[in-house]
Design a protein around this ligand. Structure first.
Ligand code: ADP
Ligand code: MG
Length: 571
C-alpha cells in the first residue's frame, strides 16, 4: 500500500525535493537557536562588547527572515505537491469510474461515489504533503536536539531521553484509534451524500406523496450517526492534545529541576542551562509534529484504502485483449442459445435463438418484466450474456471493441436522460463534432424546429436538471435529434413513446419511422397499434420466444399475440 502511495510522487520529484530540503533546513535553523542563546549568555554577556552583540542580533534577524521564507516555501509549495497528487488521483479515479459496467452502478450509491471523489481525496492530498515531510522533520529534530543536548551535558541529556518511549507509545496508541474513527467517519459521509442525492433527486416524489416527515427522519438518523462518529474522533483528538501537552510540560519541569541542581553543583553554566532548556523544548516539539501526522495519516490512509478499492474494481464488461475495431457495424444479428440473469440464480432470459436480418424492423412484445429491455441491453453489451452468444455479421460482439460496437447502436428509451445544460449541448451528445448544417438537419428531422424557434434563447435554452423544463414529447424529440446526429446502423426503440399521450405519440411515431429508415431496428412497444407494420413481431415471455411472424400471421395463429391484441382492442 505504501509503495503504491509513493508512486504518486514520481511526477513531482522536484517539488518534493524543494519542499523537503526547505523543511529540513528550517528544522536545522530551529536547532541552532538554543545554541546561539547559550553562546549569547555565556560569551557575549560577560564581555559587554556592544558591537559584537549588535552583530549577533543582526545575524539572528537574518536567520529568522530566512526561516520565515523557508516556511513560506514549505507551506505553499508543499501544499502544491499535495494538491497535484490529489488532482492526479481524482482524474484517475474518474477515468476509471467511466469504464465501470452497468452492474456496478446498479449496486452503487451515487453519494458514496461522490464522497470518494471529493472528501476522501482531499484528505489524501493533505497526507501526501504532510506525511513524509513532518515525519522526517520530527525524526531529524528529535535526533539533532538530542545530539546537541548530549554535547552540552550528557548526563542531563540521558535523563531527559527517558521520555522518548512514552512519546512513541502515545503516538502508536492514538494512531490506531484515529484510523478506526476516520474510517467510520468517511463511510458516514458517504451515507450522508447518498441520502441527500436520493432525496434531492426524488424531491418531487417526496412532496407529491407528502413524505417529508419520513425523509426528515431518515436524514436525521444519518446526521446523528455522523455527529456521534465525529464527536468520538474529536474526543480522541482532545485527549491526545492534552496528554501530549502535559507530557511536554513535565519534561520542561523535569529539566528545570535537574538543571538547577547541576548548576548549583557547578556542572552547568547559566547559558548552557538556558540553551539546554530551549533544546529540550525543541526535542519534545516533535510530539506535536507526530501528532499532526497522527491526525492526517489515518484520514489519508482510510481514504487511500477506499480509493484503491474502487480503482481495483474491474469493469465487468471490457475489451478483450484481441478485440477488433469493426469500423462500420453491419450485417445480421444472431442470438444463439442466449441465457442471462442479473443475479446469479434467477434467470431473466432463457434459451433465446433469434436471427435479425440487416435492415429488418423487428418488434418485441410481451408482458411487462418478460425481459424485452434486458434482451436489447445485451446487444450493446451493457451486460454480457451468461450463456450462449450474440454475433453481428458472424462476429461475436465480445470480440469487438466496445467503442466500435456501441458506435453502431443507438437507443431511444422511454425516459430520456438530459444533462443539465443547453438544448444544443444535449443534442450534440449524439455527435460532439457535428457541423452547424448537420445540427440543423437533425433538429428539422426530429421535428424540433418549431419548438426551438418558439424559445427566446433557441438552442441555447437551459433544459434544467435531467431536462425538467421540457415536456415528455420535447425530451423525446431531443433524443431523436441526438440519434439523427449519431446515425447508427442499428437502432433500439425501447417503449420510446409509451409515456406520451396519443396525439404526441402519433406525431413522434412519424419521426421515429423516419429515423428507422435504412437501419436495422429493434422496437419494443406497449401499444400494438404502433408495431403493426413491423417486418416481424416476436413475442417474448418468461419462457423465451413463444411466437414470431407478421401481424396478420400471428393474429391468425390465435396465440399469445392475438390474445394481447384482443385485450388492447377492447380497451
Ligand atoms: P421488460 O422490458 O420486458 O418489461 P425487463 O427486461 O426490464 O422487462 O426486466 C426483466 C426482469 O429483470 C424483471 O424481472 C426485472 O425485475 C429484472 N431487472 C431488470 N433490470 C434489472 C437490473 N438492473 N438488475 C436486476 N434485475 C433487473
Ligand atoms: Mg422494458
Amino acid at each position: 500500500m505504501l509503495a503504491r502511495f509513493i508512486s504518486y510522487y514520481k511526477p513531482y520529484k522536484k517539488l518534493f525535493y524543494l519542499d523537503f530540503f526547505s523543511a529540513v533546513l528550517a528544522g536545522f535553523l530551529e536547532l541552532g537557536f538554543p545554541l546561539a542563546v547559550n553562546q549569547f549568555i555565556d560569551k557575549l554577556l560577560p564581555g559587554k562588547d556592544w558591537s559584537l552583540i549588535t552583530w549577533a542580533c543582526a545575524g539572528l534577524l537574518f536567520i529568522y527572515a530566512l526561516n520565515a521564507f523557508l516556511n513560506y516555501i514549505v507551506t505553499y509549495w508543499g501544499h502544491m505537491l499535495g494538491i497535484n497528487i490529489e488532482t492526479d488521483m481524482r482524474r484517475k479515479l474518474f477515468d476509471h469510474v467511466q469504464k465501470l459496467s452497468f452492474r456496478f452502478f446498479d449496486n452503487t450509491k451515487t453519494g458514496h461515489l461522490m464522497s470518494r471523489l471529493t472528501n476522501d481525496l482531499m484528505e489524501i492530498g493533505e497526507m501526501a504533503h504532510h506525511g513524509p515531510e513532518d515525519l522526517f522533520i520530527a525524526v531529524m529534530t528529535l535526533v539533532g536536539a538530542f545530539v546537541l543536548m548530549l554535547l552540552i551535558n550528557w548526563k542531563l541529556a540521558v535523563l531527559t531521553f527517558i521520555v522518548v518511549p512514552l512519546m512513541i507509545w502515545l503516538a502508536i496508541m492514538f494512531s490506531s484509534k484515529m484510523t478506526k474513527a476516520f474510517h467510520q467517519l468517511f463511510s458516514d459521509i458517504g451515507d450522508f451524500n447518498a441520502r441527500v442525492e436520493d432525496n434531492v433527486g426524488g424531491i418531487r416524489v417526496v412532496q407529491a406523496f407528502g413524505n417529508e416527515e419520513h425523509e426528515r427522519k431518515l436524514f436525521h438518523e444519518n446526521n446523528q450517526r455522523f455527529r456521534l462518529t465525529k464527536l468520538l474522533s474529536y474526543k480522541i483528538m482532545a485527549s491526545n492534545t492534552s496528554l501530549s501537552y502535559i507530557l511536554k510540560r513535565l519534561v520542561t519541569l523535569f529539566v528545570m529541576i535537574c538543571g538547577t541542581w547541576f548548576v548549583i553543583r557547578g556542572e552547568l553554566t547559566a547559558g548552557e542551562f538556558v540553551g539546554f532548556l530551549l533544546l529540550a523544548n525543541v526535542f519534545i516539539g516533535p510530539i506535536e509534529k507526530i501528532n499532526a501526522v497522527i491526525e492526517s495519516y489515518p484520514k489519508g490512509i482510510a481514504g487511500f484504502k477506499r480509493y484503491v478499492e474502487l480503482l481495483e474494481t474491474e469493469p465487468e464488461v471490457a475489451d478483450r485483449p484481441n478485440a477488433v475495431n469493426v469500423g462500420k457495424l453491419r450485417g445480421d444479428i444472431e442470438f444463439r442459445e442466449v441465457g442471462f440473469g442479473y443475479e446469479n440464480e434467477a434467470k431473466v432470459l432463457n434459451n433465446i435463438n433469434l436471427i435479425i436480418r440487416e435492415g429488418e424492423t423487428v418488434a418485441f412484445v410481451g408482458p411487462s418484466g418478460a425481459g424485452k429491455t434486458t434482451l436489447c441491453s445485451l446487444l450493446p453489451r451493457f451486460y454480457d450474456v451468461s450463456e450462449g452468444g450474440i454475433s453481428i455479421n458472424g462476429l461475436d460482439i465480445r470480440d469487438m471493441t466496445l467503442a466500435s460496437l456501441r458506435r453502431g447502436i443507438g437507443i431511444v428509451q422511454q425516459d430520456v436522460f438530459l444533462f443539465s445544460g443547453t438544448l444544443r449541448e444535449n443534442i450534440l451528445y449524439g455527435k460532439m463534432d457535428a457541423t452547424a448544417e448537420e445540427m440543423e438537419t437533425a433538429v428539422k428531422r426530429a421535428q424540433l424546429e418549431a419548438f426551438v424557434q418558439s424559445l427566446p434563447e433557441g438552442l441555447d435554452t437551459i433544459v434544467g436538471e435531467r431536462g425538467v423544463k421540457l415536456s415528455g414529447g420535447q425530451k423525446q424529440r431531443v433524443a431523436i435529434a441526438r440519434m439523427f446526429l449519431k446515425n447508427p446502423p442499428y437502432l433500439i426503440l425501447d417503449e420510446a413513446t409509451s409515456a406520451l399521450d396519443t396525439e404526441t405519440e402519433l406525431a413522434i411515431q412519424q419521426s421515429l419511422a423516419e429515423l428507422s429508415q435504412g437501419r436495422t431496428t429493434l422496437v419494443i412497444a406497449h401499444r400494438l397499434a404502433t408495431i403493426k407494420n413491423a417486418d416481424r413481431i416476436i413475442v417474448v415471455t418468461e419462457q423465451g420466444v413463444s411466437e414470431q411472424g407478421r401481424h396478420e400471421e400471428l393474429l391468425a395463429a390465435g396465440g399469445h399475440y392475438s390474445r394481447l391484441h384482443r385485450a388492447q382492442f377492447q380497451n
